[in-house]
Ligand binder design. Sequence first.
Ligand SMILES: [Zn+2]
Ligand SMILES: [Zn+2]
Length: 404
Amino acid sequence: MRNGVFIIVAAVAVSALAGSMAFAKPDQVDGFNVPEGRIPQQIKDNRYPRTYFPGTEQLGEAEMRITALGTGMPNQSPSNVAASFLVELGNGESFLFDLGTGATDRLAGLEADYSRLDKVFASHLHTDHVGDVAALWVSGWLNGRYTPLHVYGPSGSSPELGTKVHVDHIREAWAWDVTSRTGILPNAGGEIVVHEFDFAKTAVIYEENGVKVTAFPAIHIRDGSVSFRLDWNGLSFVFGGDSVPNKWFAKEAKNADVVVHECFFTPEQWMAIAGFPYKRAYWVTSQIHTPPEGFGKLMSMVKPRMAVAYHYWNHRDIELEIFERVRKTYDGPLTMSDDLTVLNVTREHIEVREVTFNHEAWPMGTSKAWDSAPRGEPATALMSEWLREGQLEGVIPPPTQPMD
Ligand SMILES: [Zn+2]
Ligand SMILES: [Zn+2]
């Protein structure tokens, strides 16, 4: 009897799984892909839920949502993966500012619509700022992107240190992977397109659909680091990659709505964390990066509607000291960001919350547009004949459905 009950329960579970697998496609709500069965609500009178559940809120037409995907270091902590901020706009466009190692895990948790994640703006070529570009290139393609991935990034002091060569090498390094998927996935999604710009100039490097992104120089170890400012619909978002406080940032961030800037460990903290002697710890924390008092002083100069600090571990013993030191030099609006801090921004209001996500989230699935995007012929000659002939006969079950 007990066995009989078990078998019935197991059968129901299997058929439920088979059902959801067969229909793993997003729903369309007002032209947006959302996970199946989820209906995003409009937020009225700034009455946001206490936490943000991905895919449950409709962005207002004049609203910007900024999600910190990663706020940590090249040597990651499970609570803080490396640098990345996602900016979603009420016009339906999405922008990724940096995509450090681990950031794509956070996108998975957000159940992101990968067809919109087609632009990465790289502040510089440290792994904690671009380490997941190849991961997004391929996982986004599998998860619904049927157009190329565009990477915008700075030149270096010589061509081989610039973003173009970096992306060209990503393309070459992953040739085995990408060419193996030819014909199975949409052709265009397998392309990665690089847009290198002069790191030394303040210049508009992207302008489409009322969105303008300006890049300007940053001071970080060597030539080839920048920061960005995004302007849209009267709202501004400024993203500082790694840098010591500098005159370009002070100018471009002045009075902006949301200003994100690195806020590094103190020299003493870095001595304890990394085992560096004071001189080297000071060099790293205060001459390559911006320590907390420097972050505060810079924000006192630029006076944003909201200052956002990142690039440290939010472990309690570290974070409290960083916060106290920032407050010695800045008393304005402040968000000490950790991974999955989310800011909703309109001209009247800024809401700061944390994301609550499902750790067993599935990708929302591809779309009809992805299904019908042009594909080449499946690659058939990638394997030697002798290798194919080594397959054991009669082990793989034959097809159970028509193959045409
Ligand atoms: Zn960094
Ligand atoms: Zn860096």
